[in-house]
Design a protein. Sequence first.
Length: 170
Amino acid sequence: MNHTILEPPSEADLDRLLHNISTASTARARRRTVTHRVTAIAGAAALVIGGTAGALVVAQASSTMMNTAECYAADDLASTHTTVAPATESGTVPSSAPSTKDQVSRGADMCAAVWRIGRFETYQPSSQDGKVFAVPQLVPCTLADGRVGFFPSEDPAGAVCAALGLSEPK
């Protein structure tokens, strides 16, 4: 294919040139399509893996949260309160969700301990004092987040929970 500037390309040369352009264009289009598909598949896989991991974290956090209880200083949601959780030998909160009966039983024990050490006393004793404080009757109510809250009251649980806009644990 020896052409001079004045000599126009032959019909065969033009056909080859168009074929080469078409082939190159098709190859670029295929590469773009493959790249887009790989990117889409990788993105979808990342979303699935991330979503699954996120769901597991939420489930774990929810189970851990259900192992905690809220201890109140008075039968009032706005009163001083503290969150308590049982610790395992490893020092972590259990990750499996307890039954409601277990939540109430463990929560009552933990809140009674909080009262015994004087957490809700005006005078905050140091751990060396050794003084044990009285534990009032603690009424369990289901809080809005599903945990159990314990309120000091001599009134029946149904009346205390209803007055607070809460329900009794079932």
